[in-house]
Ligand binder design. Structure first.
Ligand code: THU
Length: 133
């Protein structure tokens, strides 16, 4: 089991947050996650003049996860511009669930919390398999 260095994840999230492109909301977000093979992947939000097309930080993280070789997400830290722990939005919980499942941990103000708490009874790949039976 890869041990979780929460401080490192927090620092990586704060660092990538500084690269966010958020001229419209002025709400930069950074996220960093530990992958099952020990590497760390990160993402920042990237907004668009067509507001609804903005990409959350977690979208970038998932894209970087897959582009850098895939694997499972073990633990993640998402931060706002002050470096405070940020709650991933609903859509991003779904995105992250796909690649981390119920056991992926998120740092919250109450400490590490599993995805099963953030997104109970999540719809996911297993539900599609069930349908095929
Ligand atoms: N945002 C994220 O990047 N991730 C979240 O989980 C919450 C919201 C971004 C989207 C938008 O660029 C800005 O924060 C304000 O909503």
């Amino acid at each position: 089991m890869t041990s979780i260095n929460w401080e490192l994840l927090h620092n990586e999230a704060k660092e990538i947050m500084l690269k966010a492109y958020a001229p419209y909301s002025k709400f930069p977000v950074g996220v960093a996650a530990l992958v099952s093979d020990g590497r760390i992947v990160t993402g920042c939000n990237v907004e668009n003049a067509s507001y609804g097309l903005g990409l959350c930080a977690e979208c970038g993280l998932v894209s970087n996860l897959i582009a850098s070789g895939g694997g499972r997400l073990i633990a993640a830290v998402c931060v706002d511009s002050n470096g405070n722990f940020l709650s991933p939005c609903g859509r991003c919980r779904q995105l992250l669930f796909e690649h981390g499942g119920n056991d992926c941990l998120f740092m919250t103000p109450d400490g590490p919390t599993p995805m099963s708490t953030l997104l109970p009874w999540a719809f996911g790949p297993d539900d599609l398999e069930e349908h095929k039976k």
